[in-house]
Design a protein around this ligand. Structure first.
Ligand SMILES: *Cc1c(COP(=O)(O)O)cnc(C)c1O
Length: 440
């Protein structure tokens, strides 16, 4: 029996939806029974509303995603995969997971998908387990050039179990240098070539990467955690046809619930599924999988493509105004949703990422300090900040707002110790965000 006939059977012949719940509002129950946690959640909700979120990896989920993530599906154990579970009573969570799988396949055009990874790092760990043996060699991007902890950082399990070696960016262009990757691949003969980044504002050249992988005889993997929403809507080059495996988070530009996702060629389907469960994880988070499915549906709507285009347009507007105001973007600009700002050229000592992050926070503009390529400072200090447009774009902000945001950021970055300025900007920010409600 296929998923949809199971579903229509469950719905009854008239297709009427069963009642969601006639229980009292769970938020009110929480408020009464655990006011401390209720208060922490409510204060965080207000913080998310009363400020401008520019952390490039963050976003606001749709209310229907939140509803699914907060549902009774959290009660269900469903070790295994749809139709092959180690527990009874999985007929309805099977529907949810099968729909999530079908939608993810359709959204990304993937041969096989696994929707169970709890997070992006977990998805990557499962892929390594599926494709590698301990101590195999992986070639990946340096963390301080924009890579990710789960790409071989020595304190991460990836760095513990595998022999990662890292390529950096070209010092002139501050972009990926495919000749460097080719040379290093020849020299180190990796089993896996890994691309993808957390702080890289440019496109990736997948045909060239595929060529290098084929010449070297290694597998090719893209971690598109940051750009998945752009990929889903055709606004960033598509890694799926070129890569053996693609991993992502579902909560960054994709704007879904917090979680991980693996897309792969059919040839690796079995190994990937086995590595996720029982390799890395036990019971899947069925409430989160249902919420992923809801997010994938929304990502297939025409309005989602318009939203992703606006993310890009806003990044261009922000880039242009910051440049006019004397702030240098690493690599000279951006092709995607994020900018990496080099604070070193402000020609003043001790304007660090740490200081500017804090000063902007005081002005209710939230971003994160970030190392820039060849950064002389340490990770807890840094010479840069990373700015992303997805979250504020979700609230409906467009180019005029981002030009204003750029002017605020520039004034503070040039004078990060001026607390009166921070207060003035904060008042202006709070006035501006009134017109841009958060979705939930
Ligand atoms: C965010 C990110 C991840 C990790 O995602 P988590 O869900 O936080 O584990 C992995 N890879 C890249 C490139 C990322 O940007």
């Amino acid at each position: 029996m296929n998923t949809l006939s199971t579903l229509s059977q469950a719905l009854g012949s008239d297709g009427a939806l069963p009642a969601w719940s006639d229980q009292p509002d769970p938020r009110q129950i929480l408020r009464e029974n655990d006011p401390d946690i209720y208060k922490a959640i409510e204060l965080e909700r207000q913080r998310q509303t009363n400020g401008i979120e520019l952390i490039a990896s963050e976003n606001y989920v749709f209310p229907e995603v939140l509803a699914a993530a907060g549902s009774v599906l959290t009660n269900k154990y469903a070790e295994g995969y749809p139709g092959r579970r180690y527990y009874g009573g999985c007929q309805y969570v099977d529907i949810a997971e099968k729909i999530a799988i079908d939608r993810a396949q359709a959204l990304f055009g993937a041969e096989h998908v696994n929707v169970q990874p709890h997070s992006g790092a977990q998805a990557n760990a499962a892929v390594y387990m599926a494709l590698l043996k301990p101590r195999d060699t992986v070639l990946a991007m340096k963390l301080d050039h924009g890579g990710h902890l789960s790409h071989g950082f020595h304190l991460n399990s990836s760095g513990h179990y595998y022999n990662f070696t890292h390529y950096g960016l070209n010092p002139e262009t501050e972009r990926i240098d495919y000749d460097i990757i080719r040379q290093m691949a020849e020299e180190h003969q990796p089993q896996l070539l890994l691309v993808g980044a957390s702080a890289y504002p440019r496109h990736f050249d997948y045909p060239t990467l595929r060529e290098i992988a084929d010449e070297t005889g290694c597998l090719l993997m893209m971690d598109m955690a940051h750009v998945a929403g752009l990929v889903a809507t055709g606004l960033h080059p598509d890694p799926v046809p070129y890569c053996d495996v693609v991993t992502t988070t579902t909560h960054k530009t994709l704007r879904g619930t917090r979680g991980g996702l693996i897309l792969c060629k059919e040839a690796y389907a079995k190994a990937i599924d086995r590595a996720v469960f029982p390799g890395m994880q036990g019971g899947p988070l069925m409430h989160v999988i249902a919420a992923k499915a809801v997010g994938f549906k929304l990502a297939m709507e025409a309005s989602f493509k318009a939203y992703q285009q606006q993310i890009l347009d806003n990044a261009q507007a922000l880039s242009a105004i910051l440049q006019r105001e004397g702030l240098r973007s690493v690599s000279g600009g951006t092709d995607n949703h994020l900018l990496l700002i080099d604070l070193n050229n402000l020609a003043r000592e001790e304007i660090t990422g740490k200081l500017v992050e804090l000063s902007l926070d005081n002005a209710a503009i939230h971003c994160n300090k970030n190392m820039i390529p060849f950064d002389p400072r340490k990770a807890m200090v840094t010479s840069g900040i990373r700015l992303g447009t997805p979250a504020a774009t979700t609230r409906g902000m467009k180019e005029p707002q981002f030009e204003q945001i750029g002017r605020w950021i520039a004034s503070i970055a040039h004078n990060p110790k001026d607390t009166a300025l921070q207060e003035t900007v904060r008042d202006e920010v709070l006035a501006m965000v009134q017109a841009f409600p958060t979705p939930a």
